[in-house]
Design a protein around this ligand. Sequence first.
Ligand SMILES: [Fe+2]
Length: 161
Amino acid sequence: MSLQEFKVGLVELYQGEVIGEVLFSRMLEHYGSADQLYKLGTLLQLETEAKARLRPALMQLGLDLIELDESRNQGNDFYQTFEGMDWEAAMGHLATVVKPFVQRYRQIAELAPPEYQQLANSMVVHEQSILDAAELEAAGNGDRSMDDVVKQLVFPLPKQV
Ligand SMILES: [Fe+2]
């Protein structure tokens, strides 16, 4: 376990949020009901807020704040894999896409020095909440699917009824 390994992980977390922002933003183009708009917007908000929370740590550790085109491309590539899917299929697919990130974020949290432990753990909670939301949606249980996501937001979106 070294600080260097954690730094690599922290950059990965940051770029992961860039990927997620592009994915959810692109998905907003295709899933347009009021309910889908609220849920995708809420997931987009989660990604944006996480990215903002990570930035001070990156700065403190002398890491790059640049949002890489490579990450944006990866978000677009992920989006392409959703093509033609209805909502429930898309949410099932989202769960599959997110699962490896949850595992990786756990590894990164284990590398975190004490002063970054809380931040790193919050990123595991963050990613797990996306996985849980996607699994609930895929199973047709959309009523409370975003609860754990919304809990983490400083700027939650208004629910359109
Ligand atoms: Fe994320």
